[in-house]
Design a protein around this ligand. Structure first.
Ligand code: HEM
Length: 321
């Protein structure tokens, strides 16, 4: 075979390989033929749930993030074990709520197309629809994930609210996400609540001398001290005061004013790229945040997914088949 023929053959091989990889992977409308009702069912369940309890939207988004960052987006955060050693039992997951919304969606889908739609896809769809219900962005969710069979408390090593920017960038990069994804997805903190113990060090004893975190606006710190007493372990406070039930751009205005709740929020000012993004969103009319959020959520939804014949389609989202 001549060199040019060999080149053509290798190119053809690469094209075929790429097509195969695509067909084995995720795509928008994966259930178009096998369960066309699935996405509509999820939307109906989510909208009804959020209408009743608007604060459920935030933990549902967070649940999607916590699923994807541990063992990939495989629904492992939904599993329960009799020994209470599943991901769900790890400290950062104890404040997750809304598992009933996943179960209700799954049960309604199983009635019309049993054994077809994965719990990991349902979780991705639920997170998107919850943001739409909170007046936030919409994006096309890729589907075709399959469910994992393993969930282990010891594997939960999520980014921490005490992380600095270097650690956050490393953690996101390990999942194929860059600085832009980090700052964009942190914008998820435009909704929801955080618990007092996670900011007590910033308010009361930052360097062990009874001081507060200099990267936190001092007026805001004083307000927070009124809400969170040093030994308060239970109170939750709004991460985006005034609009914590609405998905909007105000997270970036807050962080720009050094009013981000966690050290991990404030840390986004310590890197030139993430800092530039924050100031751009906080100051430019016609923010790109909504579009960017959808793009980064789709990227997050691709983390270490099981597709093709890997994993399974769970019958019930809390237990492997
Ligand atoms: C960058 C690293 C991140 C860290 C360190 C972090 C940390 C936290 C912490 C500590 C809480 C409060 C939990 C509580 O007190 O109950 C929280 C809440 C929340 N996080 Fe994050 N998070 C990060 C990224 C994300 C991402 C990527 C998303 C989604 C795209 C997200 C969405 C949320 C939401 C919606 C809440 C509110 C939950 C509720 O109200 O129940 N976070 N996060």
């Amino acid at each position: 075979m001549t060199a040019s023929k060999r080149l053509v053959v290798s190119c053809l091989f690469l094209v075929l390989l790429f097509a195969e990889a695509n067909s084995m992977g995720l795509k928008v409308g994966f259930y178009g033929k096998t369960c066309p009702q699935a996405e509509g069912i999820v939307k109906k369940v989510v909208f009804a749930a959020i209408k009743k309890a608007p604060t459920l939207g935030a933990p549902l988004l967070r649940m999607n993030f916590h699923d994807c960052f541990v063992r990939g987006c495989d629904g492992s955060v939904l599993l329960e074990l009799s020994n209470n050693q599943a991901e769900k039992n790890a400290v950062p997951n104890l404040s997750l709520r809304g598992f009933g919304v996943i179960d209700d969606s799954k049960a309604a889908i199983e009635k019309v197309c049993p054994g077809v739609v994965s719990c990991s896809d349902i979780l991705a769809l639920v997170a998107r629809d919850a943001m739409v219900a909170l007046e936030g962005p919409s994006w096309e969710v890729e589907t075709g994930r399959r469910d994992g069979r393993v969930s282990n408390i010891s594997e939960v090593n999520l980014p921490s609210p005490f992380d600095n920017i270097t650690k956050l960038i490393t953690e996101f990069s390990a999942k194929g996400l860059d600085e832009k994804d980090l700052v964009v997805l942190s914008g998820g903190h435009t909704i929801g609540m955080g618990h007092c113990p996670l900011i007590a060090n910033r308010l009361y004893n930052f360097t062990g001398k009874g001081d507060s975190d200099p990267s936190l606006d001092s007026e805001y710190a004083a307000k927070l001290r009124k809400k969170c007493k040093p030994t308060d372990f239970t109170t939750a406070i709004e991460m985006d005061p005034g609009s914590f039930k609405t998905f909007d751009e105000s997270y970036f205005t807050l962080v720009a004013k050094r009013r981000g709740l966690f050290q991990s929020d404030a840390a986004l000012l310590d890197n030139s790229k993430t800092r530039a993004y924050i100031f751009k969103q906080a100051t430019t009319y016609g923010s790109t945040f909504f579009t960017d959020f959808g793009v980064s959520m789709v990227k997050m939804g691709r983390i270490e997914v099981l597709t093709g014949h890997a994993g399974e389609i769970r019958k019930m989202c809390r237990i492997p088949n």
